[in-house]
Design a protein. Structure first.
Lengths: 337, 582
């Protein structure tokens, strides 16, 4: 079987070009098209109805209302009561009355007899302070990841992984804007999941790059990075495929919020895999190439043993390091960085 | 020797997980739906239900006194055996036996009914406990309780001193919503939904089956605790007055029991008032037990309270609350108590006298008070931590609601996740042969650990939590893949299987640790700073990463060590065996 090889660095203009175009497109989408904020973020109408047809199921109600975008249907009381709550946000220049009438007409087409029990205006679930609070949390998390990767690897790796994450988040936001999914707690969950997924991917590849640098002092940076990507290629494929296996059934079978969650996840897995393999690595290459941040030359601090350098960079004490050293067990067990 | 230790550790972890998983399995697998519905009941409903059951049992026994006790009522036999324990025959079969054992003819079945009531109460209590230990599904997946609150603008006008404008009311409602969110958070209820409804209502939806008593406490509870001097002499005088005016007495008692306004009896001086002393019955309902006259002006009001902590009185074993006062409050209280030693002091919470104690000594900033149930004490402690509502609320309606994502889509979603999981499991076997099976065992174990931990913490699983679960299952698979690829590399280089396994694991160690530690950093930050939805995701992710590290680095390693000998089966395409290369 012929092994597939990616010339990550040689083709970097292509890879980076694709990433840049997609980034720009996403930013444009977010700026000009904006988001479809769901009932979690905007105010709307809540209508309770009682459907007299005892055979009617929640699926039927959902189907009757399928033309009203983002309508949420849930049972009230016991499940065989036939009472449902419909929540839908109001679009611009639509009054509460108009929405109620629309729901009435839609239900009337499907069910012969039903009564509206209650109808009222409802406010948003999330306040803006909550959103900014969450964004702040994500920013703190990214900063700490940067520091960790910086300590365990080098600053260039940290910058590479963070840029890849930003790429993933922006592209996912662009995608969500493009297909018009509602922003809700579920879409936020999908984005967070992809951040975790992509970060994991990037670290695994960087780990291979670092290992290869350790073993081959003479080699070109570009070939070292190519090696990192290609040697972890089968792992990358396996992981992407297994994650996709888990979410594709969800995207095919489910509906509503769950489905948009699954579809966003699929897009995110693809984008995250791309950014880990082609974007993070090339950022690393360019930072290393400009010599602004040395990647290859860490072994040249003459007066100390490699292990001591490693120890200083890790901030670890002696016995711990020895253990780590033993665990590494690679070609060059003395070097950790 | 080392291997046995490792096996032992693995078994201990598995045993602990099964222990914590047990309530979840029992709750979802073995508790009938009608029993599950029981835990929704309010204290009042529990009381009515238990009393009705008791009457039912008595009627049944009386009507069928000659026949044997049917299966449906078999629990009565158990109760009867308890009753006659050590005195009399234990051979009980018929309804008449039961009636005699409780000597029902003498007290018209009172003792029997009490026993049945006690039994029902205990059963519901046990069910509630079980459900709190099982992993609960959130509002979006399972539904919960929807509570509609009416705001009372008059409480705001009292505070402001003028008729509030519409915008003032609106701001106050927004403040209320923030405070309620905070309170619900403090009470540890997962991912609630709080919205404003209409102009003057607040809609709260809580996951699962929150204890209605607790919900009531934190929604309405003002947490206002105050100390008032009680007047024994006037109390006696009022009681004498009531003996002569029974009609007025009954009216006032009725008003007090139901928190309604009433005119103070004329014998009470202007600066004092009549208040009800309440105790909490075995159902958790507040019952009026007596009345007492207290001074209107509080000796010390709740504004000086800093915090409250619950504890148990060492001598009486009754729950007490240790209240901490601010320095200013402490000095006011010290001066006051010093001047009133020997006089009774009433502890008043939200208008109800909880207890009356005699001042024995001058008290300062630390005050121990009694007359609370453990739950009330706990609620008070939480309410003191949050601000009071600027505009007070009353519960307008309360009903159960279905999954906010819709029962149908949740059902399909769960099925899809199950299929996805099966696909992943098969995929591992297809690509890694028998070693894939080991990864699958680790994977299933990972899931078991996660559900057990979430259940043990009393967490609620929502869709965002499931997202975290999927990510951590993905990372657990990934960890195994990284390890297997390393082992394959070693085997390709001609290393012997046993050595390849150990080198593979040690080479993969730091890769896996680095990628997992970065993710756990993110998860922990989100747990501490994120909003409730994000926190649900982060919690499952953090638990998932720890368990995936354990299953991949420890459990898989152990299983590989146990199964790999001369041969290793890690791919269908090529069998790596001893000396294949040589």
């Amino acid at each position: 079987m012929k092994r597939i090889e990616f010339h990550v660095v040689r083709r970097r203009t292509v890879y980076l070009g694709i990433a840049c175009i997609l980034l720009l497109a996403s930013v444009a989408l977010v700026v000009f098209k904006g988001f479809n904020l769901g009932i979690d973020f905007e105010s709307g109408v809540s209508v309770s109805v009682k459907i007299d047809d005892t055979n009617a199921q929640i699926e039927d109600v959902r189907q009757a209302l399928s033309q009203i975008e983002g309508a949420r249907v849930q049972n009230i009381g016991a499940s065989d009561d036939g009472r449902y709550q419909i929540r839908v946000k109001l679009s611009d220049n639509q009054t509460q009355r108009e929405m109620e009438n629309l729901i009435n007409t839609m239900l009337g087409r499907k069910f012969s007899s039903f009564t509206v029990l209650e109808s009222s205006f409802i406010g948003a679930k999330f306040s803006s302070s909550l959103v900014t609070g969450s964004l702040k949390a994500v920013a703190i998390a990214l900063a700490l990841i940067l520091v960790y990767v910086w300590i365990r690897f080098k600053v260039a790796y940290a910058i590479g992984s963070i840029l890849a994450l930003i790429h993933d988040v922006v592209l996912m936001l662009g995608f969500i804007s493009l297909v018009g999914f509602e922003i809700s707690s579920t879409t936020i969950a999908a984005i967070l999941t992809i951040i975790g997924y992509s970060l994991n991917n990037t670290i695994v590849i960087f780990d291979r790059v670092r290992e290869s640098i350790k073993g081959n002092h003479e080699q070109e940076l570009s070939s070292v990075i190519d090696y990192g990507v290609n040697s972890s290629l089968s792992r990358t494929t396996f992981s992407s495929v297994t994650t996709l296996l888990a979410v594709i059934p969800l995207a095919i079978l489910s509906s509503g919020d769950v489905r948009s969650f699954a579809i966003s996840m699929i897009f995110g897995v693809v984008v995250g895999t791309y950014s880990s393999n082609f974007l993070a690595t090339n950022v690393l290459y360019m930072l290393g190439k400009t010599h602004a941040l040395d990647i290859l030359k860490q072994e040249e601090e003459e007066d100390l043993s490699d292990a001591a350098v490693a120890r200083r960079m890790l901030g670890e004490d002696e016995p711990k390091l020895k253990k780590a050293d033993r665990n590494k067990g690679g070609n060059d067990p003395k070097i950790l960085v | 020797m080392r291997k046995t230790e490792r096996i032992l550790i693995a078994l201990v972890v598995i045993a602990i997980c099964v222990w914590f998983l047990f309530p979840t399995i029992k709750w979802y697998g073995f508790v009938p739906a009608e029993d599950k519905a029981l835990i929704n009941a309010t204290s009042l409903q529990v009381k009515e239900y238990s009393q009705e059951q008791a009457r039912d049992v008595l009627d049944y026994l009386n009507q069928n006194s000659s026949s044997e006790v049917s299966k449906e009522y078999s629990f009565v036999l158990t109760l009867t055996k308890e009753q006659v324990k050590g005195k009399g025959s234990t051979d009980l079969r018929t309804c008449a036996d039961v009636l005699t054992a409780f000597s029902a003819s003498a007290d018209e079945g009172q003792a029997l009914m009490e026993a049945v009531e006690q039994y029902c109460r205990q059963r519901i209590q046990d069910l509630k406990e079980l459900s709190s230990k099982a992993l609960q599904l959130g509002l979006d997946l399972k539904g919960g309780m929807s509570i509609l609150l009416d705001v009372d603008p008059s409480s705001l006008s009292e505070r402001l001193g003028h008729e509030p404008s519409e915008s003032e009311i609106s701001t106050a409602i927004d403040e209320d919503i923030e405070i309620l969110k905070n309170r619900i958070d403090q009470f540890g209820m997962a991912e609630p939904e709080i919205r404003r409804q209409g102009d003057s209502q607040i809609l709260i939806e809580l996951a699962g089956t929150p204890d209605p008593g607790r919900v009531d406490a934190f929604l309405k509870g003002k947490g206002s605790l105050a100390f008032h001097l009680a007047d024994t002499l006037t109390t006696q005088r009022v009681m004498a007055y009531f003996e002569a005016n029974t009609e007025e007495y009954e009216k006032i008692i009725d008003a007090l029991a139901n928190d309604l306004p009433f005119t103070q009896p004329s014998v009470i001086p202007q600066d004092r008032m009549l208040a009800g002393v309440f105790y909490t019955d075995e159902y958790g309902l507040e019952q009026l037990s007596s009345v007492v006259v207290i001074y209107r002006k509080a000796a010390l009001d709740g504004g000086y309270l800093l915090s409250a902590q619950t504890s148990k009185d060492s001598t009486s074993n009754q729950p007490t609350v240790a209240v901490k006062l601010s320095d200013e409050g402490g000095s006011i209280f010290y001066d006051f108590t010093k001047g009133h030693i020997g006089q009774p002091l009433a502890i008043v919470m939200d208008g109800h006298v909880k207890s009356v104690a005699t001042i024995r000594d001058a008290l300062s900033t630390n005050v121990q008070i009694s007359g609370f149930t453990a739950k009330e004490a706990e609620n008070l402690a939480i309410l003191l931590k949050t601000a009071s509502l600027p505009i007070s609320v009353t519960i307008s309606s309360q009903q159960t609601v279905g999954a906010s994502l819709g029962e149908d889509s949740v059902r399909i979603g769960m099925k899809a996740i199950f299929y996805g999981f099966i696909l992943v499991v098969l995929f591992m076997v297809v690509f890694y042969s028998w070693s894939g099976l080991i990864a699958d065992v680790a994977l299933v174990m990972n899931l078991v650990i996660m559900v057990a931990t979430l259940g043990g913490f009393g967490s609620t699983l929502t869709l965002t939590g499931i997202a975290g679960l999927i990510l951590s299952v993905g990372m657990a698979v990934d960890a195994n893949v990284i390890i297997f690829e390393r082992i394959k590399d070693e085997l390709k280089a001609g290393t012997l299987p046993k050595k390849a396994v150990s080198t593979g694991f040690s080479k993969a160690l730091w890769t896996i640790l680095d990628s997992n530690i970065t993710t756990i950093i993110a998860a922990v930050v989100l747990i501490f700073f994120g909003s409730s939805a994000v926190r649900g995701f982060a919690t499952t992710l953090a638990i998932g990463i720890v368990s995936s590290l354990f299953t991949s680095l420890f459990l898989s390693h152990l299983l590989m060590d146990l199964t790999v000998g001369e041969r290793i089966s890690i791919s269908w395409r090529r069998r790596y065996a001893v000396n294949e290369k040589n």
